[in-house]
Design a protein around this ligand. Structure first.
Ligand SMILES: Nc1nc2c(ncn2[C@@H]2O[C@H](COP(=O)(O)OP(=O)(O)OP(=O)(O)O)[C@@H](O)[C@H]2O)c(=O)[nH]1
Ligand SMILES: [Mg+2]
Length: 230
């Protein structure tokens, strides 16, 4: 067993998961895929690569997939838990660099919006949506993190144990913001490492109006609670 577990949530990523798993095999990490019954056969590709898959029966959301994966990681005694998307947006070469920083901060975020961070092939709309979400979250929540929505992260297991994960409610990318907020509330230091985020070349984005709305509503309600001192 390695000391780090990469948790990868998947829904219909059959065209990109294989190359990600191949690249990850060169790193000192174990891999756990949380697949929500992808009809395209994503889970079968993982199993063919000798990778463990938790197969859930229906699409239950990114947040609940990560909560499931984190709980397993903590039960098994990993020291570090890594979050990574299966769609080719997160690069294994960036993960190698992020792993060199393990031990410096309890939460390491692969960041698009720090110096030397980059995006490739993203539409202006997606860029403004991401920057807008980060600006809104920072304005209302004073997180002082440039890329709170990034899903490319390394958590120390000690931090995750303190974070009371069962009470994290978000399901879309707001999960990343809620986790950042909770980590800071639990006394974690946060380090941002520049990454190059590449727009998926295959498959379909799971981004939707409902997911963006969840983020706006939750950030606003956390901001209001903060304003009245709760
Ligand atoms: N298990 C599970 N995985 C999911 C679910 N929704 C998204 N994912 C996976 O989570 C990762 C991130 O999802 P994306 O579709 O890339 O969402 P996104 O990064 O917000 O959107 P894009 O930037 O447009 O790609 C991918 O590996 C998805 O397959 C879900 O409901 N269940
Ligand atoms: Mg993506």
């Amino acid at each position: 067993m390695n000391t780090s577990l990469v948790v990868i949530p998947t829904y219909n990523e059959v065209e990109s998961i294989g190359s990600l798993l191949d690249a990850l095999k060169n790193l000192p990490v174990d891999i756990l895929v949380i697949d929500d019954g992808s009809p395209d056969g994503t889970a079968q590709v993982c199993l063919a690569h000798g990778v463990e898959v938790i197969s859930r029966t229906s699409k239950m959301g990114l947040g609940s997939a990560y909560r499931t994966g984190f709980a397993i990681a903590l039960t098994r005694g990993y020291a570090n838990v890594i979050e990574m998307d299966a769609d080719g947006s997160h690069q294994v070469r960036d993960l190698e660099i992020m792993m060199e920083w393990i031990g410096t901060n309890e939460l390491l975020i692969g960041s698009r919006w720090v110096a030397d961070g980059a995006i490739e092939n993203w539409s202006k709309f997606r860029e403004y949506l991401s920057k807008g979400a980060n600006a809104y979250a920072n304005l209302l929540l004073s997180l002082d993190v440039k890329d709170t929505t990034s899903g490319f992260r390394i958590y120390s297991a000690d931090l995750l144990r303190r974070m009371d994960l069962a009470t994290i409610k978000s399901e879309g990318y707001c999960f990343q913001i809620e986790m950042t907020r909770r980590a800071i509330a639990c006394g974690a230091t946060v380090g941002e490492i520049p990454i190059t985020f590449i727009e998926r070349a295959h498959g379909q984005s799971k981004m939707s109006g409902a997911i963006a709305l969840e983020a706006v509503l939750r950030i606003t309600s956390w901001g209001l609670l903060r304003l009245i001192g709760r």
